[in-house]
Design a protein around this ligand. Sequence first.
Ligand SMILES: *Cc1c(COP(=O)(O)O)cnc(C)c1O
Length: 463
Amino acid sequence: MSRSAHPAGPRHADVLPEGHYPPPPADLNALDPKVWARTVTRDKDGVVTVGGIAVTELAERFGTPAYILDEADFRARARAWRTAFGNDADVFYAGKAFLSRAVVRWLHEEGLNLDVCSGTELATALSAGMPAERIAFHGNNKSMAEIRRAVEAGVGRVVLDSFQEIVRVAHVAQELGRRQRVQIRVTVGVEAHTHEFIATAHEDQKFGIPLAGGQAAEAVRRALQLDGLELVGIHSHIGSQIFDMSGFEVAAHRVVRLLREIRDEHGIELPEIDLGGGLGIAYTSDDDPREPHEIAKALREIVSGECEVARLRTPRISVEPGRAIVGPTAFTLYEVGTIKPLEGLRTYVSVDGGMSDNIRTALYDAEYSIALASRVSDAEPMLVRVVGKHCESGDIVVRDAFLPADLAPGDLVAVPATGAYCRSMASNYNHALRPPVVAVADGEARVIVRRETEEDLLRLDVG
Ligand SMILES: *Cc1c(COP(=O)(O)O)cnc(C)c1O
């Protein structure tokens, strides 16, 4: 392979130690089904299509950057989770991953429940017709107004996150003449990320009440004393982008130990256990996520095994996948702008978005894939860094990516697996107008969250 003769300049790897980077993929035009939404393919001209529509058409109609969401894939994943967990367990979609009214309707239709963690997420869910009893309300600092709104609406559960909140929710419920179903969120001292978990993590975090030192047991004692509360279960959420189930095993073990202590002390068996979300997806071809039915089977076995040992009836399990449902269903479509080869360093490819539509690379060093989407190419691979257009050198979309060496301004590129925590974390940095979310299904495309306009932005600025 020529080291410097292609139009976009020398390859990045030229200045880095031998073997530092993986070799380029065998076929740059291939679309790995692991990272792309299910209906994504290339048409006979080599253009990427989703739901039967070419990205060139989508770019023309809706502009770039844009999040393109495969509705059939979203529904299929939601349904797969629902089916895997069956009727004696509940799946709560974590709305913070991506929430819009269309998504709420799909979830409702597919039989899922919904997690929200702010009054405005709650308002979105209610406005799209999600029955309140299927909504769980989370958050480490719920305001009194938010608590009131949630209790008044009749949410199915409030997840209590602190001692103060136990009293606040009880107070509001009593004031409204209600008895609010609640779970207590505990921190189990397990921290899980990707392929590793720490069973002895510090409970040094803002969420939940530590099991350590009998604090969670004390929270249970207090909640059981308050008339406004109906304590139905214990909640634990251990991390994000998790592939290894053993973190859940340790967490379940510790939660079940608490359930046993509660039975021994109070003579009651709490009927619910929530193991949170955090299940991983494939951002690159190196990631190997598990299927929902494998996860469901593993979690059931873990919980029932632990309960058998503790001689407890197995409680109703619930889970809260966000990323695992919506993450893989969308990609971000960008147009290539400036291509800047820096002799002896690397080539920077700039796209027309960046950290305002995907903060995850800057925030978490997240890895993404990217593909030339508006055509295929037989040019040799070049290793590039894909960056955004913001005034910030950390504005990186894909740190190290292979794109064809004949890449040119005006080409469309697509970054897969951007359905979760991209639009929901989008910002107006540099007064960027947040991109639309376009849902595509069966040859039809429709905007479900429209692009922000200059007017939207100026309307907030009251001068
Ligand atoms: C963030 C969060 C989730 C969802 O996490 P994912 O990684 O998107 O699955 C679920 N439950 C709680 C309590 C969370 O904070």
